[in-house]
Write a protein that binds this ligand. Structure first.
Ligand code: ATP
Ligand code: MG
Length: 419
């Protein structure tokens, strides 16, 4: 019986893996420009971290976590997201004692037990940023701009920004009361999930995708009409900042993050080309999260971007990706193969990507192989070439040929590649 990859996971094969390297490289370049530094946290954490850091009444914690007992009986969870681990690490390593804010980025696999479909998998990859230690609304703008720069850098332009503010621990509780009262009156018309959420997490009712609920949500009290002065002012600053950077946005009063530690700005960057899984990246402020996990009142803000969704959007687009090799060495006969192997090694040592045949194939088949491997140049080595110490380099794209002294092969190839 054959064994397949688990449902909802993907193998990333060449040449696609070049696309992934390209995206990760671009993300790193942007982060360098913005002075965000990489953090790598474990793939698994204590389950409690996610229960506290994401919240018990969220989809993730309610039904999507890969949780298991390890051999020591500890409850372990494969990370479903990156924020809680970053905050855990920040606290554990006492980074709050250093110059704030800390600006991190991460990139790697996340795990959620979801119903697999286009743009939704059980192992997927996120690139994300987190800024810990500043509640300046301009930081919110900075990360939105960073994410947009990334999308533009890889050639996307067809996306839009939605923003909202979900208030703070001062102004949200009275708003939630209003919301509960409103929804309680129309309780009968809401879906089962929403009926339950009125009590556990009324904000999340606003997020419901069921059409009949949408009708009711339309007329619900809006959080942005119920913000305290500080939150109102911060939200204005975010919008002003976006205006200053000429970033267009829509205000969407039903855009929420469901939990108490998410505060102020919430945003999503979406594309119409993604169907129902339309968010490319999403994030917001979590000024209460560090206190929840680590008893310290330190503000934070971040986003996470789904790399698979980005990949879907990039399908068919021409990317600046080099997946071929510089030169392929074709050899005729055993002694030429041995010599060729030596040259191959020399080329590689001087930084040139090179390959050869390992099946003793005919010259014609080797040339085909060079083509398949997308080689810029080929060189044919037979007894004649070895005796004369000279061979012919062929540019596979233009057909141009160059005579080369074998003892200067690497230099010659380097020169040609430089031009
Ligand atoms: P959704 O509403 O699509 O379930 P979410 O609110 O669960 O999104 P976040 O936790 O905010 O998503 O994750 C940020 C981004 O990660 C999403 O915008 C999306 O691009 C990506 N993402 C989330 N879950 C998945 C998944 N199962 N497969 C692929 N990408 C995902
Ligand atoms: Mg989800």
């Amino acid at each position: 019986m054959t064994i397949n990859a688990p449902r909802g996971t993907n193998d990333i094969l060449p040449p696609d893996s070049f696309k992934w390297q390209y995206l990760e490289e671009k993300a790193k370049e942007i982060c360098r420009k913005y002075n965000y530094k990489e953090i790598r946290t474990p793939i698994f954490e204590s389950t409690d971290l996610f229960i506290r850091g994401i919240g018990e009444s969220t989809d993730i914690v309610e039904k999507e976590m890969y949780t298991f007992k390890d051999k020591g009986g500890r409850s372990i969870t494969l990370r479903p997201e990156g924020t809680a681990p970053v905050v855990r690490s920040f606290i554990e390593n006492k980074l709050y004692g250093k110059a704030l804010p800390f600006k991190f980025f991460y990139s790697g696999p996340m795990f959620r037990y979801e119903r697999p479909q286009a743009g939704r998998y059980r192992q997927f990859h996120q690139f994300g940023v987190e800024v810990l230690g500043s509640d300046n609304p301009l930081v919110d703008v900075e990360i939105i701009k960073l994410g947009i720069d990334f999308l533009k850098e890889v050639g996307l332009s067809d996306f839009f920004v939605e923003i909202n503010s979900v208030g703070c621990k001062e102004c949200r509780p009275p708003y939630l009361e209003k919301l509960k009262n409103y929804f309680s009156e129309v309780n009968q018309e809401l879906c089962g999930d929403c009926k339950r959420r009125i009590e556990t997490n009324p904000l999340r009712v606003l997020d419901c995708k069921v059409e009949s609920c949408q009708e009711i949500i339309k007329d619900a009290p809006k959080i942005t009409d119920n913000l305290c002065d500080k939150c109102k002012d911060d939200f204005e600053k975010v919008k002003n900042g976006l205006n200053t950077l000429k970033i267009e946005y829509r205000e969407v009063p039903t855009l929420v993050r469901g939990l108490d530690y998410y505060t102020n700005t919430a945003f999503e960057i979406k594309s119409d080309e993604l169907g129902s899984q339309d968010a490319i990246f999403a994030g917001g402020r979590y000024n209460g999260l560090i206190e929840e996990i680590g008893d310290r009142d330190i503000p934070g803000v971040g986003f996470a971007l789904g790399l698979e969704r980005l990949e879907i959007l990039l399908e068919g687009k021409e990317l600046d990706i080099e997946s071929g090799i510089d030169i392929y060495i074709v050899t005729i006969g055993e002694s030429a193969e041995r010599e060729g192997f030596k040259y191959l090694n020399q080329l590689r040592e001087s930084g040139i990507s090179a390959d050869k045949d390992y099946f003793g194939r005919s010259v014609k088949s080797q040339m085909k192989d060079a083509d398949r491997k997308n080689s810029n140049y080929t060189i044919i080595l037979g007894n004649e070439e070895l005796e004369s110490g000279q061979a012919t380099l062929r540019n596979m794209k233009s057909g141009e040929e160059f005579s080369v002294v074998l003892s200067e092969l690497s230099e010659k190839v380097s020169d040609l590649l430089d031009n």
